[in-house]
Design a protein around this ligand. Structure first.
Ligand code: SAH
Length: 453
């Protein structure tokens, strides 16, 4: 039996979606961070539990063929990337295996991804950053990223997942705070002003939105900040104050006050233009989102005159990108600002067959079912926790020909597809789309069709 401080030689055979290498020592599972599949290592046992233990890599005896040089100084310290030490090809193979494994183990479904589509860009793909702002032990201002499972800020000047100009904007805000003695928010005392810096850019429009999340209704020296930001980046079309006075973990508050320019930022996806409010969800990887939506459209196989129900629709992106193939589109979304955006986006793009409902997806689905709506195709794109049980329940009555599930969490997607199977839907096709290179996240699209009884 292994015990603490034992030194063992291990071969890493798998990686978890928390970034832990997995190895077996005489059948006993050990998790070892900062390793790659194929590494042969000398490891020190740190902790042993009944079913598994944890070890630390002391020395790499034979490195995995998938290893590459790490290109970020805060890799493994910040909670962002899991995969800067292995090739992108190796990362894709692991991510596909995660999705397949979830469907096999959690869903007990006989389906695997036909393939995983890589993201068009490995770095610089993020069009959104939420950068926490705080003070370090010595009282110095720090912007960066939270350490894994923590609220400790790891200072990071230039995150490779974001475009370079985000760092210039961050530096400008830092300079303004120093110049006017604006204090960062302190999570323990609830004092201070600036909580987060939120930046978004429109990849097609080139527009940039800067949003300052603050613990106050008014931003002191806002005029000076506006001037400094515009001098830093003339592409900034919108500067917004978001007020969040709640002593909790949520990044954004409900109130937005536009300090400069527009209330929204514009971007174009699959040829359709979208205006997006700070509170509205928008896919973080523009080129990846186009791949994702093309996959969803391929699986949806809309035929003329079809009624399409787009649940969890955000600003309407998925539905509006295929509305020209549908007879009617109904979108459902719970965030009021996003629904407003969706309606306006339909209008601006000349889509006249769309309707958007602001409601909980389950509530709306139940109501539509009670109203005897019979959609031909339903698309569901829920948040990480998956579909509400009532959404699945409503599918019995809505009875669409096809359900296309788009999910950023294959574990809950597998659970939900298993529930759909119980009510008469079969998984037919599944594909992974990597929207989040270098991180532990991956998107998947599943087609479920109604079984003819
Ligand atoms: N399909 C969109 C948005 C997907 S993200 C896109 O691709 O851009 C999931 C969306 O579901 C978010 O917009 C979120 O606000 C919304 N949402 C979360 N919980 C919901 C609920 N219970 N009912 C309806 N919408 C919900």
């Amino acid at each position: 039996m292994l015990k603490k401080n034992d030194i063992v030689t291990l071969t890493i055979t798998d990686l978890t979606n928390e970034g832990m290498g997995v190895a077996k020592y005489e059948g006993y599972v050990l998790f070892v961070p900062k390793t790659a599949i194929g590494d042969v290592i000398s490891a020190k046992v740190l902790k042993t539990l009944t079913s598994h233990g944890f070890a630390k890599c002391e020395k790499i005896i034979t490195p995995s063929e998938t290893r590459k040089d790490v290109d970020c100084p805060v890799f493994t310290k910040c909670g962002g990337c899991l995969f800067r030490h292995i090739t992108y090809e190796a990362e894709l193979a692991i991510k596909k295996s995660w999705v397949d494994e979830h469907f096999r183990r959690i869903g007990k479904l006989d389906i695997a991804c036909d393939r995983i589509i890589p993201s068009p860009a490995e770095n610089g793909y993020r069009n959104k950053a939420q950068i926490p702002c705080g003070e370090d032990k010595d009282g110095n201002l720090s912007f960066g990223f939270f350490a894994p499972h923590s609220h400790r800020i790891i200072p990071s000047e230039n995150c490779l997942l974001q475009p370079d100009f985000y760092a210039d904007i961050t530096k400008t805000v830092e300079k303004w705070m120093k110049q006017y003695q604006i204090k960062p928010y302190n999570e323990e005392t609830h004092k201070g002003i600036l909580r987060h810096l939120f930046i978004r850019d429109g990849r097609v429009s080139g527009e940039v939105m800067v949003c300052l999340v603050s613990n106050s209704d008014k931003l002191p020296h806002a005029d000076a900040l506006i001037k400094m930001l515009l001098a830093t980046n003339p592409k900034i079309t919108s500067i917004v104050l978001n007020v969040n006075k709640k002593p909790n973990n949520e990044i954004l508050g409900l109130k937005c006050i536009t300090l400069y320019g527009k209330d929204t930022i514009r971007d174009t996806l699959c040829g359709v233009s979208f205006d997006i409010s700070p509170l509205s969800f928008y896919q973080v990887n523009h080129d990846g989102a186009e791949v994702l939506y093309h996959t969803a459209a391929e699986f949806a196989e809309l035929t003329e005159g079809d009624t399409l129900l787009d649940l969890y629709c955000g600003v309407g992106t998925i539905g509006l990108s295929m509305a020209n193939k549908a007879g009617k589109l109904i979108g459902v979304e719970v965030i009021p600002a996003a629904v407003e955006n969706a309606k306006e986006n339909a209008r601006r793009n000349g889509v006249i067959n769309a309707e958007f409902i602001c409601a909980d997806a389950g509530e709306a689905a139940k109501k539509l079912a009670a109203d005897d709506m019979k959609p031909d195709v339903v698309i569901v794109d829920p948040p990480r926790k998956g579909c509400g049980k009532d959404v699945i329940e409503a599918m019995k009555t809505l009875s669409p020909r096809r359900i296309v599930m788009v999910s950023c969490n294959s574990a809950t997607a597998a659970r939900d597809c298993a529930r759909l199977k119980e009510i008469g839907y079969e998984p037919v096709k599944m594909r992974a789309v990597d929207m989040f290179p270098r991180t532990g996240h991956v998107e998947c699209v599943i087609l479920m069709t109604k079984v003819q009884l």
